[in-house]
Design a protein around this ligand. Structure first.
Ligand code: ZN
Length: 119
């Protein structure tokens, strides 16, 4: 890549960082329970030693409700949590709120990807 192209790519990445969606960052807390209040812009993960218990976030639709998924081996349903090299979280499978706002989305590399109609 030429110097100009590299500078330009850097500028685009910087602008996307300023105006694009902000990825959720992971915040680990010690213990088997999530705090009563979850901070915005964070996926809070309850971890006891090496055991991951659960992950929680504020619903990304803006309704404000708290979403919690189990990460513990052996429970059903449970989700897989992976962190990419930048430390941004991916959850598998998708998160589906069955009542209320009925949000259905994937969390991939810290970004919310809505299922179904665009919002
Ligand atoms: Zn919601």
């Amino acid at each position: 890549m030429s110097m100009i192209a590299r500078l330009f790519a850097g500028l685009i990445a910087w602008l996307q960082g300023l105006f694009g969606p902000r990825p959720l960052r992971v915040q680990f807390i010690e213990g088997d329970e999530l705090p009563a209040t979850l901070p915005a812009g964070r996926l809070v993960v309850a971890r006891e030693d090496a055991t991951l218990w659960s992950a929680g976030m504020v619903c990304p639709c803006g309704c404000g409700r708290r979403l919690e998924v189990m990460l513990l081996e052996g429970v059903k349903p449970r989700w897989d949590l992976r962190l990419n090299p930048r430390g941004l979280p991916t959850l598998h499978p998708s998160v589906w709120v069955k009542d209320g706002c009925q949000s259905h989305f994937w969390l991939r590399d810290g970004l919310v990807q809505w299922c179904g109609p665009e919002r």
